[in-house]
Write a protein that binds this ligand. Structure first.
Ligand code: GLA
Length: 529
């Protein structure tokens, strides 16, 4: 007995010493080794019954953890600790690469984010920060293969897809993402269709009700895409929107997952296009997202990826507007966007409801204006007007910039609860007429000095639209000189109208000068008298 006691004490002491000395190099006896690959499943915030998978590679040394959150080819480095069953991880996204030549918006660095939780019975229960507070996720060990993106599939040989004849003027409508994100559902889409008609938006030209990300569930036994429980019957929803005299749009991604982690079209491109057509879909926004984990990020590859869906949509023989969303990474405006069958292409990263975001995007687009043409438009992202993050002057600047740029006017607010001011901005038919001018000619910069930018766009009837913008933080004077008028108006008697005040203004012998509010605009239409 004593000998046994002595032996076990010695063994215990040995193990303790072992732990003590080896603690800095590897997990000790009794300490679980978390090293390996993990799949973390997080329920999507809308409670639609779908999950998002995130994969980790973990290396544990004593109580110290390093590894990576597996994303794309590189991944996001993680560091942390595992002690007494508690785990703490910090993922620090690497600095973004320099934007490619011709890109219009800088790539902004992302902030580090943390995961905290516990380990029990082979599972990690982690809390991760979510849009509406922390979200609980459960991670389990998987093989390395399970964490890897699927294989690249063969892409079509490049060709020039014929113009589908749609979007002769920039598309107008509403999209769910800016206001609803993952909370969009059947009821809210129907309500937006109702409000689009009752508010007068449809009379002003807004036509498309577009469902963005988070409608997807998975695939049925035949590989057909299915919608999740927020959208019980897509065909019935499309019928409802059509019954209001409107058209309906949907969203997907070429890779296995959309940007919000829902089912993409990977391996099912033609089949999904057919499904959309069978539901009665009239508009598709096709968002790059996880495709980047599989394919190269260059113009020929992106052209092939977008062409595959462009051809698939046309093969359905339904008139479906095709909206490319690759954030301007490979300059689709230079030609391949139209060749792949696209009617519009995003030129930047995501807009947000802040002056800095909207003005950075809006004022950087002029150099792309010459690339747009009927049927093929630059898309500097959807409108934020009415979402509450900007002042009325800032929203008038937003609407004026987008209209001078002939950008798609896709409202992103709650159409049921618009203030009169929001309505007056979104439904200013005189400004909309600039956007929708039937003979597109690009706007150009007349002058740019001390926060004052003056832009001019020729219109089909020989008149011009002139925007005098003040990007500064105090009211300032802006001038448009008569000498800046195009030859058909120079030296002629002209009349002018202030399109926000809805009144006539006088162009003097030298031109027009006005005090423009901080971050505001004076928008004129000048025509031959
Ligand atoms: C990307 C797009 C957004 C929106 C989200 C949805 O970020 O740029 O406009 O569609 O995906 O996940």
């Amino acid at each position: 007995m004593y000998r046994w006691f002595r032996a076990s004490t010695a063994l215990f002491a040995f193990l303790f010493a072992c732990c003590f000395f080896l603690a800095s190099t590897r997990p000790c006896v009794g300490q679980t080794d978390l090293s390996g690959y993990w799949d973390m499943r997080t329920p999507n915030p809308s409670g639609d019954g779908t999950f998002r998978d995130m994969y980790f590679e973990i290396h544990q040394t004593g109580e110290t953890i390093d590894g990576r959150l597996i994303r794309g080819t590189g991944g996001i480095p993680i560091t942390g600790t595992f002690k007494d069953g508690a785990i703490h991880l910090v993922a620090t996204p690497p600095a973004p690469p320099a934007p490619p030549a011709g890109a219009t918006a800088p790539r902004r660095p992302r902030r580090p984010f943390t995961f905290d939780g516990t380990y029990e019975n082979g599972k990690l229960t982690l809390e991760i920060p979510g849009r509406d507070g922390p979200v609980k996720s459960v991670a389990e060990k998987v093989t390395k293969e399970a964490t890897m993106p699927p294989a690249a599939l063969p892409l079509p040989a490049l060709k020039d897809v014929p113009d589908n004849g749609l979007a002769r003027t920039p598309p107008m409508g509403w999209n769910s993402w800016n206001k609803f994100a993952g909370r969009v559902d059947d009821a809210s889409v129907r309500a937006m269709a109702d409000a689009m008609v009752s508010s007068g938006m449809s009379k002003a030209g807004y036509t498309y009700i577009n469902i963005d990300d988070t409608w997807e569930l998975g695939r049925d036994a035949n590989g057909n895409i299915t919608s999740n429980k927020k959208f019980p019957d897509m065909k019935a929803l499309a019928d409802y929107v059509h019954s209001k005299g409107l058209k309906i749009g949907i969203y997907s991604s070429p890779g296995p997952k959309t940007c919000a982690g829902y089912e993409g079209t990977y391996g099912h491109v033609a089949q999904d296009a057919k499904t959309y057509a069978s539901w009665g879909i009239d508009y598709l926004k096709y968002d790059l997202c996880s495709d980047l984990e599989i394919y190269k990020d260059d113009a020929p590859t992106l052209q092939a990826i977008y062409q595959e869906m462009g051809e698939a949509l046309q093969a359905t023989h339904r008139h479906i507007i095709y909206s490319l969303c690759e954030y301007g990474r490979a300059a689709p405006w230079t030609g391949w966007g139209a060749e792949s069958g696209g009617n519009l292409w995003r030129t930047t990263g995501d807009i947000s409801d802040r002056w800095e975001s909207m003005s950075r995007i809006g004022f950087s687009q002029l150099k792309l204006a010459a690339y747009a043409k009927p049927g093929h438009w630059n898309d500097p992202d959807m409108l934020e007007i009415g979402n509450g993050g900007m002042t009325a002057d800032e929203y008038r600047t937003h609407m004026s910039l987008w209209s001078l740029l002939a950008a798609p006017l896709i409202a992103g607010n709650d159409l049921r609860t618009m203030s009169d001011e929001t309505k007056s901005i979104l439904m200013n038919t005189e400004v909309i007429a600039i956007d929708q001018d039937p003979n597109y000619k690009p706007a150009t910069s007349v002058s740019s000095e001390n926060n004052i930018e003056v832009w001019m766009r020729p219109l089909h009837d020989g008149s011009v639209a002139v925007g005098l913008f003040n990007r500064g933080d105090a009211p300032a004077e802006a001038t448009f000189k008569r000498s800046s008028l195009p030859p058909n108006l120079a030296g002629k008697k002209v009349k002018a109208r202030d399109l926000w005040k809805h009144e006539a203004v006088t162009i003097g012998a030298d031109g027009f000068t006005a005090t423009v509010p901080s971050r505001g605009v004076v928008l004129l239409k000048i025509s031959k008298r």
